[in-house]
Structures are given as C-alpha cells and as structure tokens.
Design a protein around this ligand. Structure first.
Ligand code: RET
Length: 260
C-alpha cells in the first residue's frame, strides 16, 4: 500500500539518499574510466564493465529521482502523494541490465579456462535475469501474499547464483596467488553480502510499520545496496586488477633482467 502523506523529514531522507547514490555512481564512473589506463590490457575489460554498470545505474537514478520529485506535492510542510505513480520498473530495468554484467565481470577476473568460464557465465546470467524478472510482479503487487509468492520464486535463482559463486568458484580461488586470494574471497563475500541486502529491503512491506516507513525502508535499502554492489564492488575489482598488473610487471622485468 502506498502512503498518502510523508513528513518533510521522510521525504528528504529518501531524496537525499537518491541524490547521494547518484553522486556515487557518477564519481565511480569517472574513477573507473580514468583508472582503466593504469591497468594491464588483460584487466581493462573488467573496468569497462564497471564503468558501464555505474553509468547505466547513474542514468536510472536520474529517472528515479525525477519520478520521486514529481510524485509528491509539498503542502504546509508535508509531502502529499499526487496522482503521478511511483515507477518501480526503473530499478528493475537497471538491475536486469547491470546484474548479468556484474556477474560477467566477476567471472572474467577469475580468468578461468575458456569453456568453464563460458558455462559459468551463461548459467549465472540466465539465473540473474530470472531472479529480477520474477521479483518485479511481486514488487508492484498490491497484496503482501502475492509479493511473498513472487519473492520466494525469485529467491530460487538467487540461491542458485550463491551456490555457483560459493562452490564452483572455490577451485579458482585456491589457484590464485597468495596475496590476491584474500581479495578474491572478499569480492565473493561482498557480492553475496551486498546482494543479500536486496531481498531484505524487499521484505519491508512485511514489517509492522506505517506505509510511509515501509516506502522509506525500501527506497533507502535499495540505494545502500546499489552503492555496495556497484561502486564498492567495482573498487574491489580494481584493487585485484591492480595487484595482478603489478604481479605481471614483476614477471616481465624479471624476464628482461635474466636475458641481459
Ligand atoms: C546493481 C543491482 C544489483 C546487484 C541487484 C541485485 C538484486 C537482487 C539480488 C535482487 C534479489 C531479489 C530476491 C532474491 C527476491 C526478492 C526480489 C528481488 C528481485 C529483490
């Protein structure tokens, strides 16, 4: 159920969080675009994907923010819902593009053998698309029961993704150089942890609280998740690619000196 009235604090809390998230996306976009050149050729692909993800999200946040501003009218210091709907599909359109991209990027930095890499990437991308597609009808459902059913259906591909990340990528982590291992473990943890925030925010309507509070928890929750899963994730990938580039350079220098 959508609230009909927000206090000024409630309206501004969500508005500020959306502005902040958009600023994070834009700053991350610049960072990834500029930092790409400092990496070895093999790792630049990952930074291109990072930039693409935060670029797409930054664009959708512009739409989400504009929609938020249009959907409420300021009346005597309160914010009254007008007849312009809150458009939830902006988030889902963003996710259905960016979630498969994030998974492609994740598998790419593991640098697995080609056939294995292709198989894992395909399965993860299909599961991600199903997860988002099943989540959407629940997100816009009027009834909590319908929301719960679609939420449970969407959780099945989500659990599959976690299973693949946890078990199938384990062998690949074991094979990484010692100092990079920890970063890979953190990357996997961040992915699972940050992604786990989305279904938690999705459950906000099941809390015993006012419709206004529900909307705020949902919107702020998704914003925080997006910052962790897109910006934080991209920075961690950059750190891994940086260490790997340095490692490659040490090997190249070593070869050079042993030849002269
Ligand atoms: C950049 C956006 C990202 C990483 C979005 C990730 C979204 C999810 C992991 C969403 C998961 C959901 C469930 C597991 C069940 C309820 C419905 C969803 C779609 C919120």
């Amino acid at each position: 159920m959508e609230p009909t009235i927000l206090s000024q604090e409630q309206y501004i809390a969500v508005h500020t969080m959306m502005v902040f998230t958009q600023a994070c996306m834009l700053a991350s976009f610049l960072f990834f675009a500029l930092a790409k050149g400092t990496l070895g050729n093999r790792y630049q692909f990952a930074l291109i994907i990072s930039a693409l993800v935060v670029g797409v999200a930054g664009f959708f946040y512009y739409m989400i923010l504009t929609n938020w501003e249009m959907a409420f009218e300021s009346v005597n210091g309160e914010y009254v819902k007008n007849n312009i709907p809150l458009i939830h599909i902006y988030r889902y359109a963003d996710w259905i593009l960016t979630v498969p991209l994030l998974l492609v990027e994740l598998v790419a930095v593991f640098a697995l053998p080609k056939a294995q890499s292709r198989s894992i990437t395909t399965r993860l991308a299909v599961a991600a698309i199903l997860m988002i597609a099943f989540g959407y009808p629940g997100e816009v459902a009027e009834s909590n029961a319908v929301r719960a059913i679609w939420g449970i259906i969407a959780t099945i591909p989500f659990l599959y993704i976690i299973y693949v990340l946890w078990f199938e990528l384990n062998d690949a982590i074991v094979r990484q150089a010692e100092r990079i291992k920890l970063l890979f473990r953190n990357l996997r943890l961040l992915t699972i942890g940050a992604w786990g925030f989305y279904p938690i925010a999705y459950m906000a309507p099941f809390l015993d609280t006012s419709p206004a509070n529900t909307l705020i928890i949902l919107q702020v929750g998704y914003c925080i998740s997006d910052i962790m899963a897109k910006c934080g994730y991209g920075v961690l990938i950059y750190a891994i690619a940086r260490l790997k580039t340095d490692g490659d350079n040490v090997v190249i220098e070593g070869l050079y000196h042993s030849n002269v």
